[in-house]
Design a protein around this ligand. Structure first.
Ligand code: PNS
Length: 161
């Protein structure tokens, strides 16, 4: 049973993420979307909101499981007995950061391998940070996030204002 873990903040989940997930699925038996729960980091959605939303969004895909984790990724990976990490790469800025994380994670947990998927050019301009900025300034984010996520984002924004 090949279990792969796609960790991240997913604040929010974008088409950039969902495209990586669709491409990673044929490479594993089970794909765990691992949402980091970091109370120090301010996020638009709470981790419980993300859990509920993304569970509903992927409910038809039996190979996908949604979990949250806190602390070190390598500790979480060992706890769930998984050794494959999936990450997407959009550009050289991502590469520098991701390379450092992948090598460090492997030092901490030598069985771990990180597999990178190069973002499709259609999605490589999408970043969760930009999505939140556009949303906060009432721009249209529908080309960048799934409809269900867009609806939840707008509801959250309305509650915050
Ligand atoms: O979506 P993001 O914010 O780019 O995801 C980053 C994430 C969650 C994958 C990374 O910050 C992480 O793995 N955090 C867990 C803490 C950890 O293990 N830090 C050491 C990394 S070498």
């Amino acid at each position: 049973m090949k279990t792969a873990v796609y960790p991240g903040s997913f604040d929010p989940l974008t088409y950039g993420h969902t495209h990586i997930i669709q491409r990673a699925l044929p490479c594993c038996d089970k794909l765990i979307l691992a949402i980091i729960d970091n109370p120090q980091k301010k996020s638009f959605f709470s981790h419980t909101q993300k859990l509920d939303l993304y569970k509903a969004y992927f409910s038809k895909e039996k190979k996908i499981e949604i979990l949250t984790f806190s602390g070190l990724l390598v500790d979480f990976m060992q706890k769930i007995d998984a050794s494959i990490v999936i990450r997407g790469l959009r550009n050289t800025v991502d590469f520098e950061y991701e390379k450092q994380m992948a090598v460090m994670n492997k030092k901490l947990y030598p069985q771990l391998e990180t597999i990178f998927f190069m973002a499709d050019p259609e999605y490589d301009i999408i970043s969760s940070t930009l999505i939140k900025e556009i949303l906060n300034l009432h721009g249209d984010i529908s080309p960048f996030v799934p409809t269900e996520i867009n609806i939840a984002l707008k509801e959250n924004l309305d509650h915050k204002q």
